[in-house]
Design a protein around this ligand. Structure first.
Ligand code: ZN
Length: 391
């Protein structure tokens, strides 16, 4: 039985900070959180590891490479940025390539990755509207097709967790209901749907919208569009890319006021993340990254180079929110959105010990996944973790 304790000056829970606390971990599970009566020897804070529910790639690696090496590169890079779990996200490509990517995610989950946990796949494309294609190749876009989705769900063997689609296709509502019934999360994206259609899709079982404001009909006061639905319908989960390029800080603040706990920080990061300026591919599309902004030849934004720890800081700055409250939009709320908050997203007994260690300056110095250190900076002291004999 593996038994560890971390004595932290502060521990972030969904209801705020606890001071001077000892967190006990057994076999990768948090078993106890006890206030200490002794002074805390460590100037560290413990927070639940972040969860990136929408990420394509990093460091030259991409989900569409359909290799274990690429998914493992993503897993390790994410851990360096405080992420403890992620959904590997596809882009619109030929069916063969999408199937290879979905199959590889399934295989890599079985094989195991060495950093952040691979939770499953997120199908972004091909069921989109060309009017808001973004970086998805128009020629490969198509109406949602139940037989194709069924085939992909079968080959993914339960690892395909989320499917994005444009709800204005005539058969979309029936497919949303069918997917909801099978417990597959549906997100509305790359869509020109009007407000009524979006609302109908959300009532039919869609969970929310893909990267709010980007790739969708905007808010006009007489035609509120997908954005109007995302900002006004209570249960709508609203992904947002808070890199300062995709969405104006004021529009981030509006979404934050409207969506509350349903505002989910995502990175939508692609393979140029962590890499120098230059040309890269997103699926089959050549894109150019300059100063952390990625665009297609037509000038459309093509994914981001954002990291989730940075998104938390940006959200705090753009919305005048405290750092700890902003952190929940990248940890606890995404766990709730995926329906995995019984095991991930918070520091509480019986939860998996996916933790981030920050120093006094809020710098990330370590990430733990299932109780094991998967990333540490040179500021992390191994003695922060003790191995007392179990009594
Ligand atoms: Zn997208």
């Amino acid at each position: 039985m593996e038994f560890k304790q971390i004595h932290a000056k502060q521990v972030l829970t969904p209801v705020g900070w606890l001071d001077n606390v000892i967190v006990t971990i057994q076999n990768g599970i948090i078993t106890d959180i006890t206030p200490s009566d002794k002074p805390c020897p460590n100037q560290i804070k413990l927070l639940p590891a972040l969860i990136d529910t929408h990420i394509h790639g990093v460091m030259g690696a991409d989900t569409m490479d359909a290799t274990h090496e690429s998914l493992n590169t993503m897993s390790n890079f994410l851990a360096q940025h405080g992420v403890g779990a992620f959904l590997a996200t596809t882009v619109t490509e030929s069916h063969d390539k999408i199937e290879a990517a979905l199959r590889q995610v399934k295989n890599s989950i079985q094989q195991g990755v060495t950093g952040a946990t691979l939770l499953g796949s997120y199908l972004e494309g091909p069921f989109f509207n060309a009017i808001h294609k973004g970086a998805h190749p128009e020629a490969l876009l198509q109406a949602p097709d139940r037989a194709t989705i069924e085939k992909w769900l079968i080959l993914a063997e339960g690892t395909l967790k989320c499917i994005a689609l444009a709800p204005e296709y005539p058969n979309a509502l029936a497919i949303i209901k069918w997917l909801r019934h099978q417990n597959i999360r549906v997100m509305i994206g790359h869509t020109n749907a009007d407000y009524q259609t979006t609302k109908a899709a959300l009532l039919a079982g869609a969970s929310g919208v893909v990267h709010c404001y980007n790739g969708m009909s905007g808010l006009h006061h007489r035609n509120p569009g997908v954005v109007g639905a995302a900002l006004s319908i209570d249960h709508c989960q609203t992904e947002i890319i808070v890199d300062g390029h995709h969405v104006h800080p004021a529009a981030v603040a509006i979404a934050h006021k409207c969506c509350g706990e349903n505002l989910l920080l995502i990175t939508d990061a692609m393979r140029a993340t962590g890499m120098p300026n230059g040309d890269y591919y997103l699926g089959q599309l050549r894109v150019h990254m300059k100063d952390n902004v990625v665009r297609t030849d037509d000038g459309n934004l093509a994914g981001s180079t954002l990291t989730l720890d940075c998104a938390v800081n940006n959200l705090a700055n753009f919305t005048n929110t405290s750092f700890d409250k902003a952190w929940l939009h990248g940890s606890y709320y995404p766990a709730k959105a995926l329906g995995i908050d019984n095991t991930l997203g918070s520091i509480a007994p019986d939860k998996i010990a996916n933790l981030v260690v920050l120093n006094e300056q809020n710098q990330l110095i370590a990430t733990l996944v299932k109780g094991n250190i998967v990333y540490q900076s040179n500021q992390f002291n191994e003695q922060y973790i003790t191995h007392p004999k179990q009594v």
